[in-house]
Design a protein around this ligand. Structure first.
Ligand SMILES: *[C@@H]1O[C@H](CO)[C@@H](O)[C@H](O)[C@H]1NC(C)=O
Ligand SMILES: *[C@@H]1O[C@H](CO)[C@@H](O)[C@H](O)[C@H]1NC(C)=O
Length: 501
């Protein structure tokens, strides 16, 4: 008898083809191809070698594009690190890999204004969300409140009641209750044009419209004028609170049918949180989808939310559960993992440190406080004990993220440096999630080559900056006087020494 390939062998061959495929190859095979594919971490097609995203650096406002290391591979983070060395970088464009030209760029003013002087939203720092994929470093899109991306002229996206699907890989631990950390289909006008004019992934713990089990955060669908955890009633106990560090979110919708599915993006398979009919309130059946694409904001440019986006796509047609499941297996195979958020001189937990300004003319001044105001003051070995204590800080594990740090006052135990209205203040830790986030900072090698630059974990475009001897969290070239590009690198670089006290 001549040997024949066994059914098992054929199945294995088909399986390895699928494993080699990217998420959008899988959606194509399933008959629901991607019409938008966005990722700063990796190629979403097996053969993709083009630009993944564009960054702009603060030193000269020039841009460069970041591509995968190889066809279908992980982003070339080293190229970003080299381009952005000794300065700051923003993610300016997230390119569409699908060939439909549906790139995402800075979201313009909508019904709500963003923080930029023209009402646009902020761009994300290029370094706020480092991760590894199969051991290779890449950067996600860390969306702080006020940050947003959009394409109001997207092509070939679902309109009206036409079916579509989408998934995104998110940070399951970075969220808030603001409206709305979304990815998906929205209004082309940046205005709220009514029920059913959106269909987007939402992630966070906003409980104003829908809720799931526990206290959140939840995956819900933003269908406009409502975040839906299911159909009716408003609470869907089958929509779980998410606690995995990496989270795969799936939303899909067609005529009087939609579904929410989710999974740990690092292991396991998708669960269906809801699959059924459209909400009963008027406007959701049929839908009136408009086909713009948003990331990090609501359809009307509501920009109070935060979250982290690593990759996501939108499809034409309603993907089968089987196709979603293959995509989840592919995401797990990408092996997302955390990596260090800090660099530069090591700051030992529990140690007392003092931080000296490195700007010429200010190098006798140390980060200190006068009551609740954090400032710089001239301190030396002959200063009073009181002043030495005001200029000494105990290094603590980051209150919101233990991969970063918090700084407790030496003379006011229980009080920490936090940002508030972009000023640095010394406030008592009230135990709230907001305080913990405002008081968590990630040191990196000093931008002027000296000591450390200390960026806000929750706003990674912003660094400890002295200006007129008061301290702020400044962003390089931003809209406030303390964001001035002039002297930025020097004003945000601090020499670290053993604490005076
Ligand atoms: C700020 O510090 C500089 C350098 O020590 C000093 O010359 C200047 O008078 C200070 N200005 C204010 C407003 O405190
Ligand atoms: C870059 O652009 C910003 C915003 O327009 C501006 O404030 C800054 O001075 C520019 N920086 C350089 C180095 O040209």
């Amino acid at each position: 008898m001549s040997p024949r390939p066994s059914l098992f062998g054929l199945a294995l061959a088909a399986m390895s083809t699928l494993i080699a495929a990217g998420p959008c190859d899988l959606y194509s095979s399933g008959g629901t191809p991607c019409i938008a594919a966005h990722s700063t971490t990796r190629a979403l097609y097996n053969a993709f070698t083009g630009a993944l995203y564009q960054v702009k650096r603060g030193s000269d406002n020039t841009t460069t594009t970041i591509a995968p290391l190889s066809a279908g591979g992980v982003a070339n983070a080293a190229a970003q690190d080299s381009f952005c060395a000794s300065t700051t970088c923003l993610i300016t464009i997230i390119y569409d890999q699908s060939g439909h030209g549906n790139h995402l760029a800075q979201a313009p003013k909508g019904a709500f204004s963003g923080p930029e002087s023209n009402g646009a939203d902020n761009l994300a720092s290029a370094i706020g969300a480092p991760v590894t994929l199969n051991g290779q470093k890449a950067y996600g899109v860390f969306v702080s409140p006020g940050t947003g991306y959009r394409n109001n002229a997207a092509k070939d996206t679902a309109k009206g009641d036409v079916a579509e699907g989408m998934y995104a890989v998110l940070d399951g631990t970075h969220y808030n209750g603001g409206c709305c950390f979304d990815y998906g289909n929205a209004e082309t006008s940046s205005l709220d044009t009514g029920n059913g004019h959106m269909e987007a992934i939402y992630f966070g713990d906003n409980s104003g419209w829908g809720t799931g089990a526990g206290s959140g955060p939840w995956l819900m669908a933003d269908l406009e004028n409502g975040l839906f955890s299911g159909s009716d009633p408003k609470n869907n106990a089958a929509d779980p609170s998410i606690s995995s560090r990496f989270f795969t979110a799936v939303v899909k919708g067609g005529p009087n049918q939609w579904a929410l599915r989710g999974a740990n993006a690092a292991s396991g398979s998708l669960s269906t949180y809801y699959s059924g009919v459209r909400p009963k309130a008027s406007g959701y059946n049929p839908m009136s989808k408009e086909g713009a694409i948003i990331l990090g904001i609501g359809g009307d440019n509501s920009n109070g939310a935060q979250g982290t986006f690593y990759e996501g796509v939108m499809t034409t047609g309603y993907p089968s559960d089987a196709t979603d499941n293959l995509v989840q297996a592919n995401v797990v195979g990408a092996r997302y993992a955390t990596t260090s958020l800090t660099s530069g001189p090591a700051l030992a937990i529990g140690s007392s440190i003092s931080l000296r300004a490195t700007t010429a003319g200010y190098t006798t001044r140390y980060l200190a406080h006068t009551g609740a105001t954090v400032n710089t003051q001239i301190v030396s070995s002959s200063s009073s004990t009181g002043l030495k204590q005001q200029a000494s800080w105990t290094v603590r594990s980051g209150l919101a993220n233990s991969a970063c740090l918090s700084f407790e006052s030496k003379d006011t135990a229980g009080s920490y440096i936090r940002h508030y209205n972009w000023e640095l203040q010394l406030n008592a830790n009230d135990g709230s999630k907001q305080f913990h986030e405002d008081a968590t900072f990630c040191p990196q090698a000093g931008l002027n080559g000296q000591g450390s630059s200390i960026r806000a974990w929750s706003f990674p475009t912003r660094f400890f900056r002295h200006y007129n001897n008061v301290t702020y969290t400044g962003s390089n070239g931003g809209v406030h006087f303390y964001d001035a590009a002039t002297s930025f690198n020097n004003d945000v670089s601090w020499a670290i020494s053993t604490g005076f006290a």
